[in-house]
Design a protein around this ligand. Structure first.
Ligand code: GDP
Ligand code: MG
Length: 594
């Protein structure tokens, strides 16, 4: 145990976490040059493209310092707010953290919130300033920021370049010398914390854990405390570049378990593994993760519903945070109401359905979860506009609120505050990190930021602002259901729950946007927005004139064929609603409203 060090890396996206991790693996010989394929820790295609580590993994290195052998377990953390619970569990499995800050960018919001998490768990923080090779690096300013933030000495900040291989040995020495070895009682009942799991289609779920007390041995019976399920520890081992089986994993160490579990849901991050009969207590901090954003997913072709169901079932096998149930829409037919951790998670699911399962799907307007307090004293969760109860039976509606931390250059404070106020936010704190960088804290409704808030924030701050948020509870709000009608037919899939003060403007902009997105028909199409019986906005798409058609279809053959092909492609994501053809983009039009 004296020779074990467990640590994670806290960094903002693109500050160099993956590159640095690769260097550590290379330096310790865990990874040979030949294996030095770009960014080993992010090994899902999607992750690489999006530049974020979606799922945390772990890797073990051996390192020799002053004649002593050390085992270094690096636990990777996801770098996106959608996965903050998983980050907290990874942090809880460590005694130390590398805080990586880009020398040309400085500290960002996500870094600070994860740093606070690490401090809460008493982790030793090793500050690393990366990318010092960049010509526009600002090492002195960024060092000031780091010193201010964590109260360390200037010389404690390790200067590094993951790209050039500078400072790597200093980092490894600091991991050994500054981070405490794990504590724990090898003789106590087994308590191992699950911090991650990975789906393996041949062997079932691989469970990644950190032993807090006791020892886990191959072949014995284990029990997961939160689910009460028992399994046989068919294989245990440590994670190098490949899995290396072992007969036992002792106190303080990190390892994997394979026990034939087929369904991701049975493995909950934060759960405790113990021995049935002589059970260790549940480790503190466990939570059942709850979806934050809900949306309908429908097949473009109604006939593909069963195929979509099969695909969703397969997705759920390896994504425990995805929840869904069948739903029907008058407009879209049979589909699923799905719950996601956030918008990024939703995009990932949609992309995976398309790439891995070759499905073409329509996603409807995302919504947060509201709570309706009814006059009969019951409380109802509302995950979709169609679930809004009758106003006469509703005492009040509550919506989820978040605390948002935004870090930006001081010159953008004005526009950021106006943006947040426009999103019903209230400023709570303003804190200068340096003369030029400020941290703003707001309380605002989650519903206002799940859509395009982050993009707007980026654009008004020329990319300089960063955002982090977490849920702080539910608050009463005057929410109404806004319906959209096409030629008089209510289209349930276009409804949204919006704040009354914004409903009219929302309706007007949505109608305008739909007018842009819905193609012209042979007849006039009326687009209306309504609250209850009251029409609050209207747009009209005029009919196609005959001569336009004649022009299109009269000309030469190849042009006609091209046009038809184009039309066919466009059709792929069209849905016939009543007499009107509506493209997929229309169902997400709300996301594009300014
Ligand atoms: P992550 O999102 O934190 O995992 O960041 P990556 O490791 O993927 O790095 C983001 C980008 O920064 C990549 O293009 C890297 O090549 C680059 N990068 C990482 N470390 C350094 C460094 O020390 N110097 C320079 N110049 N670029 C770096
Ligand atoms: Mg990365």
């Amino acid at each position: 145990m004296e020779n074990i060090r467990n640590f994670c890396i806290i960094a903002h996206i693109d500050h160099g976490k993956s590159t640095l991790a690769d260097r550590l693996l290379e330096f310790t010989g865990t990874l040979t040059n030949r294996q030095m394929q770009a960014q080993v820790l992010d090994n899902m295609d999607l992750e690489r493209e999006k530049g974020i580590t979606i799922k945390a993994h772990a890797i073990q290195m051996n390192y020799k310092l002053d004649g002593k052998e050390y085992i270094l377990n690096l636990i990777d953390t996801p770098g996106h707010v959608d996965f903050s619970y998983e980050v907290s569990r990874s942090i809880a499995a460590c005694e130390g953290a590398l805080l990586i800050v880009d020398a040309s960018q400085g500290i960002e919001a996500q870094t600070i919130s994860n740093l606070y998490l690490a401090l809460e768990h008493d982790l030793e923080i090793i500050p690393v300033m990366n990318k010092i090779d960049l010509p526009h690096a600002m090492p002195e300013e960024v060092t000031d920021e780091i010193v201010d933030l964590i109260g360390c000495k200037r010389e404690d900040v390790i200067r590094a370049s993951a790209k050039e291989g500078i400072g790597i040995e200093d980092i490894l020495k600091a991991v050994v010398n500054r981070i405490k070895p794990p504590k724990g009682d090898p003789k106590a009942p087994l308590q191992a914390m699950i911090f991650d799991s990975v789906f393996n289609s041949f062997r079932g779920i691989e469970v990644y854990f950190r032993v807090i007390n006791g020892t886990i041995r191959k072949g014995e019976k284990v029990k997961f405390v939160s689910t009460g399920q028992e399994y046989n520890a068919d294989e245990i081992g440590v994670l190098k570049l490949e899995k290396q089986p072992r007969n036992e994993i002792g106190v303080g160490n990190v390892g994997y378990l394979i026990s034939g579990i087929k369904v991701a849901k049975e493995v909950k991050v934060g759960d405790t593994i113990t021995h049935p009969g002589q059970e260790g207590e549940a480790i503190k901090g466990f939570e059942n993760v709850k979806p934050m954003v809900f949306a309908g997913i429908y097949p473009v072709e109604t006939s593909e519903f069963e195929e979509l169901r099969a695909s969703m079932e397969k997705l759920q096998l390896n994504d425990a945070s995805l929840v869904w149930e069948p739903e029907t829409s008058a407009a879209l037919g049979f589909g699923f109401r799905c719950g996601f951790l956030g918008m990024l998670h939703m995009e990932i699911i949609q992309e995976r359905l398309e790439r891995e399962f070759n499905m073409t799907v329509i996603t409807t307007v995302p919504s947060v979860q509201f709570k309706a307090y009814l006059t009969d004293g019951t409380v109802q969760d509302i995950n979709a506009p169609s679930e809004m109860p009758d106003v006469t039976k509703t005492e009040r509606i509550e919506e989820p609120y978040i605390k948002a931390q935004i870090i930006s250059k001081a010159e953008y404070i004005g526009p950021i505050i106006s943006l947040c106020m426009d999103k019903r936010g209230v400023i709570k704190n303003q804190n200068y990190l340096t003369t030029d960088r400020v941290e703003l804290t707001f309380e605002m409704p989650l519903a206002e930021i799940v859509f395009d808030f982050f993009d707007k924030l980026k654009s008004i701050s020329r990319g300089y602002a960063s955002l982090d948020y977490h849920l702080i509870g539910f608050r009463e709000s005057d929410m109404v259901k806004l319906d959209v009608m096409l030629n008089g037919d209510r289209v349930d899939a276009l409804s949204a729950i919006v704040h009354r003060g914004k409903a009219q403007e929302w309706g007007r902009k949505l109608c305008e946007k739909l007018k842009e997105l819905i193609p012209r028909h042979m007849f006039e199409v009326a687009i209306q927005a309504a609250i209850g019986q009251k029409i609050v906005a209207r747009e009209t798409i005029s009919a196609i004139r005959k001569n336009v058609l004649a022009k299109c279809y009269g000309g030469d053959i190849s042009r006609k064929r091209k046009l038809l092909e184009k039309q066919k492609k466009g059709k792929k994501r069209m849905r016939q609603i009543g007499t009107v053809e509506v493209p997929q983009e229309a169902f997400m039009a709300v996301l594009k409203i300014d």
